[in-house]
Structure formats: structure tokens, C-alpha cells
Write a protein that binds this ligand. Structure first.
Ligand code: G4P
Length: 528
């Protein structure tokens, strides 16, 4: 096998999603510990002074370095080269999660065993389902009092509409959490702490081993035998095809904090999940083994380093080997270029990469030319990946700068933040007004936007909420948009590509506009 193919086969690229506080950071950290990428617990942490998600975000913002490294990390384990993509836990940023999932080949959903499926898991999960990627579940915090394991599985199946297959089964919970039963190998793995938080000591035993009582206790053994019988009778058959299409989720139980069950999870997960597969592009399919380089932009982040006012564009490599200083074609800009200072994140370190393979994520400095969804490829073979759809905003506000002298910074800040996809911006045609309408999917995005405008662009803004909740792009109109018959609480706006749109305050108004304007055709998503 060529080295190139060997490198691709080693790659595992996945995103971790969870409700805030379910243990995503702790699990990520433990995975990095196993990979030897960090050597002390607490290294990934950079948050938690306050429970509120905005302050979490702001706290992270204060420590930008940490937020960068925790957004994409690479480490090696057991012959694999693993890329972990972090996602924001809060549902208001689910569009960000969606974009990150576009770059992942599978997702790990972390669930708190005492809380089960939480509100935000639901919304984030829906986003996962839209992508049809394999979803693995890690039920965390088994070292605390947990809900009944059968109930948890039932809840996941009912609320998220996905079948589950427990790969391992917990033995006890809380202080009595003794270990897990590996259903495939029919072995008990019992854990004990070794004090350094690095790797839990694991002892394996057979289900009918005479030493079992001393390992887990007679009553746990009895309960386990009963539960196994129930499980084998009731649970879904394991079907890899269903896993690969995101219809069946392999479930693992453990405790990230005490490191119980993390390594068995990692081992199984790495075997079950795939290396990078072909991706759709407008020309057909892009095979990772095609030696022509291709990648797409899924994330843009400005001002990661405040002192340098830089802007990093993150790309997921889909085919070919990337080599530093190679010439690439930016398809949307129709321009050949060299990607300057390509970087990769190795745990806390940012490193300049010399080469990278399909499945890897690289960050490049961007002078402001890239947009989310753009394709970069070898000039020898031009391909275009299908774009990343934007979510329809549900909250709108009119914004302007407090200080009239700050106009330039105001325009720059709003445009850059919009280019990152952190907000969507619209203008009011026909009015000659300089104000901008900002649309967001979740209201917390407004707060983050304001915070960033102040901190990164030194502009204080005034925000006036607008009563609209529905947005429609105008596909066809019988008359000039300004002459459409619309109710007084409907507004005509334009996006920054000059497409006309309508903002509505209710669905009733949408129907009204369609009825009154024959030939009017509306679309509820943006094609680009
Ligand atoms: P998140 O990234 O999903 O938001 O969660 P994070 O890992 O930050 O974990 C949230 C809290 O839950 C942390 O406690 C963390 O220590 C705790 N935690 C994570 N996994 C486990 C587990 O397996 N068992 C138990 N008992 N707790 C767990 P904290 O007090 O909020 O933060 P810290 O002071 O420990 O940093």
C-alpha cells in the first residue's frame, strides 16, 4: 500500500457534540491524554467561571488561544491519526455546529447520565441527523447517581429518533460504578483509579470467572446477568450499515472525569468509524485517494490573535496530499495562490504544517478572500464542493454605531463577523439609510456580536430589536420588490449579494403576500 493511502486509512476525523456541562471538554482531554498529546489533566480547560453560556464564551474569548486549540485538535493513538473537532455546546450556535459537522466523518454525542437527553442535545442532534453521519453516544458521569440505563436508551431512541446499540453496559453507578461489560467480547472490564487521572487501571475478567465476585461484588454480578439477558433479548442487532448511515448509534457508558470506560470507548470507536470517504462535489464524487488536492472552507475566525488582527480560515482536506507552499486554485475567486503559513493544531500547540492528508484540518491566514463553503483545489483538476447552506435567521435587529466617527470600524467589523458566518447581515434598500439589519439563529449570537464589536473593533453599537421571525428569499417577483403588496409588518431587505428578501412577523403574513402577489415565488433558504 502506498504511504499516501496508508496515511488516509489512519485518519479518523470526528466532532464532539453535547449539551453544555455534559463533559465534552473532560472527555476530549482524556482522549488527548491517551494519545499522549498532553500530559496533565486540566490542560484543555479554559472556561467555567460562570455557568452562563455567554460568559463561558466571553471567558474563552479572553483566552483566545485556548478556544483556537480546542476547536480542532490532532493526536495519534494506536496507529491512528485522530482529528477532533470541538463544537459549541449552546443551541444558539447550532449553525456553527452544523458547519463543523460538515468537516467531520462522524460525531460523538456526550450525554450526562443523570440528566439524559437535554434540550440542547435535541437541537444539536437534529443538526447531526441532517448530515447523515455516524453518531456514537458516550453516556458520561456514571460515577454519579445515574438514571436507569434502559430508560436512558429508551429516551435517546424516542426523543432523538435513532436506534441504539449498547456496545458496553455499566456495572453499577455512583460510588458503586465498578466497570463495564463488553458485550462483544463477553468480558467485564473493571476499573480502579490510579490517582494520576491519566489512565484508569482496568482489570478484565470473564463473565463466569470465579474472581468476579471479589471484583464487582455478588449483587452487581447478579444484576448484570439479569440485565444482559434483557439486553440480548430486547436490543437491536448490531448492523454496521445502519451505523454508517447514522440510523443506529453505538452506545458506551463511562466516566470521563475518573477515566472509567474512556479507553474501551476510544478503541471500539476507532474500529467502528471510517477513514475519510468520498464526498459529493458538483462534478460528481471526490475520492480521498485522488492524488489531486482538494479542500473546503468550513470555518473562518477573525482576530484569533488580537495583537495581529489575523483571520484564520479552516479547511478540511478531502483528497490529495497537501504540501506547504504548493500552488492551489481558489475556485470561487478563480485565482491561483499559495496558502500562507498553513497551521495545524496539536493539542495546545499551533504548528506550521509541512504536509497533511485527507481528513486533516488546516488553518491558513486569510486576507479576506474566503467565504464559508469555498473550494480550494489543485489547479490540475478543478472541482467545486457543494456549498454549506446557511440557516434561516429567526431573530432580527437594526444596529448602528453609537459614535458617528466609528463608521469605518463599524462597517469592517460587521462585514468581517458576517463573513465568518457568525451573523447574517442585510440592508434596507430604497431608504438610503446606513443602518444594518442583523439576523441570527439564536439570540446569544447578538450578545457575542456586540461583545466582539466592542472588544475587537472598538465600536459600541445600538441594537434595536425588530419584530420579524421569518425570512424568505425572493425567487421570482411579478413587480419590483418595492411595489409588492405586503402587509405593514413585512419588510423588504437585501442581502450583501444584492438578493432581495422579505422579513415577516408571522406565517400568516407569508401566505398573505403570496396570495396578493400572483407570480411571487419565495424560498426559505439561501442557495449559496
Ligand atoms: P462541557 O465541556 O460539556 O461543558 O463539560 P465539562 O467537560 O467542562 O464538564 C462539566 C463539569 O462536569 C465539570 O465540573 C467536570 O469536571 C464535570 N465532569 C465531566 N465529566 C465528569 C464525569 O465523568 N463525572 C463527574 N462526576 N463529573 C464530570 P465543574 O465543576 O463544572 O468544572 P471543574 O471545576 O471541574 O473544571
Amino acid at each position: 500500500m502506498s504511504e499516501f493511502i496508508n496515511e488516509i486509512n489512519k485518519r479518523r476525523t470526528f466532532a464532539i457534540i453535547s449539551h453544555p456541562d455534559a463533559g465534552k471538554t473532560t472527555l476530549t482531554e482524556k482522549l488527548l491524554l491517551y494519545g499522549g498529546a498532553i500530559n496533565q489533566a486540566g490542560a484543555v480547560k479554559g472556561k467555567k467561571s460562570d455557568r452562563h453560556a455567554v460568559s463561558d464564551w466571553m471567558e474563552i474569548e479572553k483566552q483566545r488561544g485556548i478556544s483556537v486549540t480546542s476547536s480542532v485538535m490532532q493526536f495519534k493513538y494506536d496507529g491512528y491519526c485522530i482529528n477532533i473537532l470541538d463544537t459549541p455546546g449552546h443551541q444558539d450556535f447550532s449553525e456553527d455546529t452544523y458547519r463543523t459537522l460538515m468537516a467531520a466523518d462522524s460525531a460523538v454525542m456526550v450525554i450526562d447520565a443523570s440528566k439524559g437527553v437535554e434540550n440542547q442535545t435535541r437541537k444539536l442532534f437534529k443538526v447531526c441527523v441532517m448530515r447523515n453521519i455516524p453518531i456514537f453516544t458516550f453516556i458520561n458521569k456514571m460515577d454519579r447517581e445515574a438514571r436507569d440505563s434502559f430508560d436512558l436508551l429508551e429516551q435517546i431512541e424516542e426523543e432523538l429518533g435513532i436506534k441504539t446499540y449498547p456496545v458496553n453496559w455499566p456495572i453499577g453507578c455512583g460510588k458503586e460504578f465498578k466497570g463495564v461489560y463488553d458485550r462483544d467480547n463477553k468480558k467485564i472490564i473493571s476499573f480502579s483509579t490510579n490517582g494520576n487521572g491519566h489512565q484508569a487501571d482496568a482489570v478484565e475478567a470473564d463473565l463466569y470467572d470465579s474472581s468476579l465476585d471479589s471484583l464487582i461484588g455478588a449483587s452487581h454480578r447478579e444484576t448484570l446477568l439479569e440485565e444482559i439477558e434483557l439486553l440480548d433479548g430486547a436490543s437491536e442487532e448490531f448492523d454496521m450499515e445502519l451505523v454508517r448511515t447514522g440510523k443506529l448509534s453505538p452506545v458506551f457508558f463511562g466516566s470521563a472525569l475518573t477515566n472509567f470506560g474512556v479507553e474501551p470507548f476510544l478503541k471500539n470507536f476507532l474500529e467502528m468509524t471510517t477513514p475519510p470517504l468520498s464526498r459529493n462535489c458538483i462534478e460528481g464524487e471526490c475520492d480521498p485517494q485522488d492524488e489531486n488536492f482538494s479542500a473546503f472552507v468550513f470555518k473562518i475566525q477573525a482576530n484569533m490573535n488580537k495583537a495581529h488582527r489575523d483571520r484564520l480560515t479552516f479547511m478540511r482536506i478531502c483528497s490529495g496530499k497537501f504540501e506547504r507552499d504548493m500552488e492551489v486554485l481558489h475556485v470561487q475567486g478563480n485565482k491561483k495562490m499559495r496558502l500562507s503559513q498553513p497551521q495545524q493544531m496539536m493539542a495546545q500547540e499551533r504548528e506550521i504544517v509541512e504536509s497533511a492528508y485527507p481528513g486533516d484540518i488546516i488553518g491558513v491566514f486569510d486576507p479576506g478572500i474566503f467565504s464559508i463553503g469555498d473550494t480550494v483545489c489543485s489547479p490540475k483538476k478543478k472541482i467545486t464542493f457543494e456549498g454549506i447552506p446557511t440557516f434561516a435567521p429567526e431573530h432580527f435587529a437594526r444596529i448602528r454605531h453609537k459614535d458617528t466617527l466609528k463608521r469605518k470600524q463599524f462597517v469592517k467589523g460587521t462585514e468581517q463577523i458576517a463573513q465568518e458566518g457568525a451573523i447574517q447581515i442585510f440592508k434596507e434598500p430604497y431608504t438610503g439609510m446606513e443602518e444594518v439589519i442583523v439576523g441570527v439563529v439564536g439570540v446569544l449570537q447578538f450578545e457575542v456580536f456586540e461583545h466582539r464589536m466592542k472588544n475587537e473593533y472598538n465600536v459600541e453599537i445600538i441594537r434595536e430589536p425588530l419584530p420579524y421571525s421569518y425570512i424568505r428569499w425572493i425567487d421570482k417577483t411579478p413587480v419590483e420588490p418595492k411595489d409588492l403588496l405586503i402587509s405593514s409588518d413585512t419588510k423588504v431587505v437585501q442581502d450583501f449579494k444584492d438578493n432581495f428578501l422579505l422579513l415577516f412577523s408571522s406565517e400568516w403574513n407569508i401566505n398573505w403576500a403570496l396570495e396578493k402577489n400572483e407570480g411571487l415565488e419565495l424560498r426559505d433558504f439561501n442557495k449559496e
